[in-house]
Write a protein that binds this ligand. Structure first.
Ligand code: GDP
Length: 440
């Protein structure tokens, strides 16, 4: 999903890293490339235009967080704008206060409508609901059989009739049956065509009018790019839709449909299909998708966490200490303490301001933190501030005091020295290598 767009953006942002202040020219150069990348990803041109304009305004405007590097700032703004474009928050399927909730699935033939209807039914069943599927594509007996087969697989009843000719009559009977059986969700798989035609639209409109579904969901094939977007626009204009389910996202390396469809139709993407199997459907979370596109979800959430946890002044102070190479065990302990209060520990070290990506890929476990803290606590203040005085006998004492071994203490000191070396390198702008906390 999004592989090619993601690769391109990654290389654009790499060029922005490690520069000093964010200059207008830099932003313009980067945005020119972002624009191209989006167009190549088959994103609607008007969407691209607005997107670039919004990012530019924010990037060269006042909205500059001093604690972030220029590259990080642009990434953050692009990320926020991507989220906005994708719809900001997850939009759930609305359920009726008086069950059953009727969901009408519409879309062109081959878009994945039948598969998605079953996936959705299974999704609701997993949530403890009692869905029923309705095979309302009366033109294609094969579609009815397909739904019956899928229904059997997931043990969900399928309402169908090979005698009833009128889809409206069939849907009304299905809803009556659902009430009788105490089904709380009715998912109607309507007819599709290879192209939009008037007959189809009339049929869908009369079902919608008579059956009054809570939601009309359009199923669109993400691999068809802008065709999917235009088709969605027509469906919305002609019958009115409440949301979109984009299928075949697993095969869509470019992402043009996903990035344009909400903006062009004004309707949110509610779910995405990520494979042929019946469980391959996910609620659509714009922020997670934006993270996936930028391929740096971890970094982004860490940036946000770090912004919350470290105030600017403190960050500057610490940065200064790193620059002066006077980062002591005491600083390390303070920072680790803060990190521990920030939630999941993995990778958090890299967010100590000033250390950035120099220390990526660290796996830290709670018990390692506890040990490191115990060792540092067993040092005297003088030792914490000057590691050079920690000789053999002091190491033995520290190990005894912290309930660890001399090997543990040696390892921590060695790692601390390596870390200082890394910081020095990072300071010189070449912080590529990883730092590993000692393994206990
Ligand atoms: P319909 O004609 O709209 O009812 O489409 P179908 O449900 O029959 O699906 C058409 C084809 O798309 C089938 O081969 C499905 O397995 C496949 N398909 C549906 N959703 C997805 C998806 O999310 N990913 C992939 N890879 N294939 C899908």
């Amino acid at each position: 999903m999004f592989e090619s767009l993601s690769d391109k953006l990654d290389s654009i942002f790499k060029k922005l890293k490690g520069r000093g202040l964010l200059k207008e020219e830099d932003v313009d150069v980067a945005l020119k490339e972002v624009r191209l990348a989006l167009l190549e990803a088959d994103v609607n041109f008007k969407v691209v235009k607005d997107f670039i304009q919004n990012v530019r305004e924010r990037a060269v405007g006042k909205e500059v967080l001093e604690s972030l590097s220029p590259g990080q700032q642009v990434i953050k703004i692009v990320h926020d704008e991507l989220c906005e474009l994708l719809g900001a928050t997850n939009q759930r399927i609305q359920l009726s206060p008086n069950p059953p909730t009727i969901i009408m699935m519409v879309g062109l033939q081959g878009s994945g409508k039948t598969t998605t209807s079953s996936k959705l039914a299974r999704f609701f069943k997993k949530e403890g609901r009692r869905p029923m599927l309705v095979a309302a594509d009366l033109k294609r007996p094969a579609a009815i059989d397909q739904l019956i087969t899928l229904g059997k697989q997931i043990d969900i009843p399928v309402f169908y009739s090979k005698e009833i000719q009128d889809p409206v009559v069939l849907c009304e009977s299905a809803v009556r049956q659902a009430r009788l059986e105490g089904r709380d969700i009715v998912i109607i798989d309507t007819a599709g065509r290879l192209h939009i035609d008037e007959e189809l639209m009339n049929e869908l409109l009369s079902i919608k009018t008579k059956v009054n579904p809570k939601e009309v969901l359009l199923v669109a094939d993400a691999m068809t790019g802008q065709d999917a977007v235009n088709m969605a626009k027509s469906f919305n204009e002609q019958i009115g839709i409440d949301g979109i389910i984009l299928t075949k996202m697993d095969g869509d390396a470019r992402g043009g449909a996903a990035l344009s469809i909400r903006n062009v139709t004004g309707r949110p993407i509610k779910f995405i299909g990520t494979g042929e199997k019946i469980d391959m459907i996910e609620p659509f979370y714009p922020d997670r998708i934006a993270n996936r596109i930028l391929g740096m979800g971890d970094v982004l959430s860490l940036i946000e966490q770090a912004q919350k946890s470290f105030d600017q002044k403190e960050a500057e102070k610490l940065h200064k200490r790193i620059m002066e190479e006077s980062f002591t065990f005491e600083d390390l302990r303070d920072q680790l303490k803060k990190l521990r209060s920030m939630g999941p520990l993995e990778n958090l070290i890299s967010m100590i301001p000033g250390m950035g990506k120099a220390v990526k890929d660290i796996k830290v476990e709670e018990k390692e933190f506890v040990k490191i803290e115990a060792i540092i606590n067993s040092m005297t203040k003088a030792e914490r501030n000057n590691h050079n005085i920690i000789n053999g006998s002091r190491r033995k004492r520290i190990a005894m005091g912290s309930g660890t071994t001399v090997t543990d203490v040696n390892r921590l000191i060695k790692q601390y020295l390596e870390m200082k070396k890394m910081m020095k390198m990072f300071k010189g702008g070449m912080g590529k290598k990883g730092f590993k906390l000692p393994k206990f």
